[in-house]
Design a protein around this ligand. Structure first.
Ligand code: F0G
Length: 461
């Protein structure tokens, strides 16, 4: 048999199982009403297949679980911290490590250290917490992703790419001294888990460095990006994902990472940089907001499991191949049924095009929020709104920001669900799609000021 005819079947077997509850449609109708039609407010007991997020929901390996037992809980100078430093140096290549409780802890420190009020921070599409911290530090986020990223049905192999013309224009308009750094996200989450090419990252780095602008990665999903580069970019087909991750980071000055994704742990994150002086300033802030510089926000056992997870994600290419393969399996089942979704299929989940599925709802009737609720009621599958509710309000005008993408994300936890769970999920999406005219709009009953999607409540119009 030719190699490409082999499936991506999981490179592991299951040693422990966690039972999940089956619920009735009537129960789920009550539960979603009690949750204010917000999937973040559902109790996980009421969820059958939980695709809310791939963040902190991975299954750890037996080797990682064993690491919990040998984690060193010393307040200062923990052995586990040094294991983590070695892992980050080997896999990401940054010499300086600042451990944090999760990704946004690192974003907070980086933003506070580098951004002054009135600065501009370009990025390839926003991520909710990342932009929050940039704005909280007084910066203005400027989207410099290519236009294709905002077009769900357009096939482009590297929708995460930076538009260098947009970036150059920003530099010309505001001046390089008003741009403390560029925030470059690997495998752009809000675009649908879409990668950037190595060529584009390299060109971005060269342009920025010609103007003295540092390049800071959000390397949270660098592994999935590396896999797509291996599959799609000429010259990388024979490189391992480990080599490609290291090369990605070589075109940057530092990175924030939420370890709850690629790194296969349930909590943790870090800021990693090359400049020792920036690292010194970050450590000074770390002790104020997170914890001592040798644990940040993590326990010793967290750091031990994380160090092992970082090695495990790149030890062979089989892990990421199966991870992205499972996402593609679900996506292909939906495409076959004619469901509108973001294409190409992304790295960490399926993004349903709620605007195309529910054209009878205006964007301020929250189509993606309503579709997420309808899916949950149909089958107990929990997804997440990634549209106008997530985009929030413009801090200057107070109006909704109307994003071009109005999506429902079904993110796939790593090493957690089986192909049969993907089948049930696809069947539920098809069922809801067939009855899409019956899905009505929503209105706010409670709207938090910041990061409103987490705790907002709605009722049916
Ligand atoms: N950057 C990206 C690209 C992310 O996806 C996330 C989290 C963060 C930063 C923040 O990291 O949660 O550890 O503080 N994304 C989660 C999600 C919440 O569901 O996509 P964190």
């Amino acid at each position: 048999m030719e190699p490409h005819r082999r499936s991506w079947a999981e490179p592991y077997k299951i040693k422990v199982v966690e039972p999940i509850t089956m619920t009735t449609p009537e129960h789920r109708r009550q539960a979603i009403r009690a949750a204010g039609f917000n999937s973040f407010l559902l109790r996980s007991d009421d969820v059958y297949i939980d695709l809310l997020t791939d963040s902190g929901t991975s299954a750890m390996s037996d080797y990682q679980w064993a690491g919990l037992m040998v984690g060193d809980e010393a307040y200062a100078g923990s052995k586990s911290f040094y294991h983590l430093v070695e892992a980050v140096q080997e896999v990401y290549g940054y010499p300086e490590l600042i451990p944090t409780h999760q990704g946004r802890g690192a974003e907070h420190i980086l933003s506070q250290l580098l951004i002054s009020p009135g600065d501009y921070v370009p990025g390839n599409m926003y991520f909710t917490t990342t932009r929050f911290h940039q704005e909280f530090a007084g910066g203005v986020f400027v989207d410099v992703i290519i236009d294709e990223a905002h077009m769900p049905s357009v096939e482009h192999p590297f929708k995460g790419n930076i538009d260098l013309v947009k970036l150059q224009k920003l530099i010309d308009d505001v001046g390089a001294d008003k741009i403390p750094y560029i925030s470059v996200e690997t495998n752009v989450n809000m675009a649908g888990g879409q990668p950037m090419s190595m060529a584009n990252l390299k060109a971005t780095y060269e342009l920025c460095h010609a103007h003295g602008i540092p390049v800071m990665l959000d390397a949270t999903r660098a592994l999935e990006n590396a896999y797509f580069i291996q599959q799609r970019e000429g010259g990388y087909e024979n490189k391992s994902v480990k080599e490609i991750v290291l090369e990605i980071c070589s075109h940057s000055d530092g990175a924030t990472v939420s370890s709850k994704k690629d790194n296969l742990v349930n909590i943790g994150g870090f800021l990693a940089v090359r400049d020792p002086e920036l690292a010194r300033r970050a450590r000074a802030m770390l002790v104020q907001f997170e914890g001592l510089h040798t644990y940040g926000g993590m326990s010793g056992r967290d750091m031990e499991a994380l160090a092992r997870g970082i090695h495990e994600m790149v030890d062979t290419d089989d892990h990421v191949r199966a991870r992205v393969g499972q996402v593609e399996y679900l996506g292909n089942a939906l495409l076959k049924a004619g469901i509108p979704l973001v294409r190409p299929i992304g790295g960490h989940g399926i993004f349903l095009d709620a605007a195309a599925i529910l054209p009878h709802l205006a964007q301020d009737q929250f189509p993606a929020q309503a579709l997420t609720a309808a899916l949950y009621v149909d089958s107990g599958v929990r997804g997440m709104e990634r549209g106008i509710v997530s985009a929030g309000r413009d801090p200057k005008t107070g109006d909704h920001r109307y994003p071009k993408l109005e999506l429902v994300r079904m993110a796939i936890p790593r090493r957690v669900y089986t192909q049969a769970h993907m089948d049930v999920t696809a069947e539920s999406v098809v069922e809801v799609y067939e009855h899409r005219e019956s899905v009505g709009g929503l209105k706010f009953t409670y709207e938090p000021e910041e990061l409103r999607f987490f705790q907002a409540r709605f009722e049916e119009i």
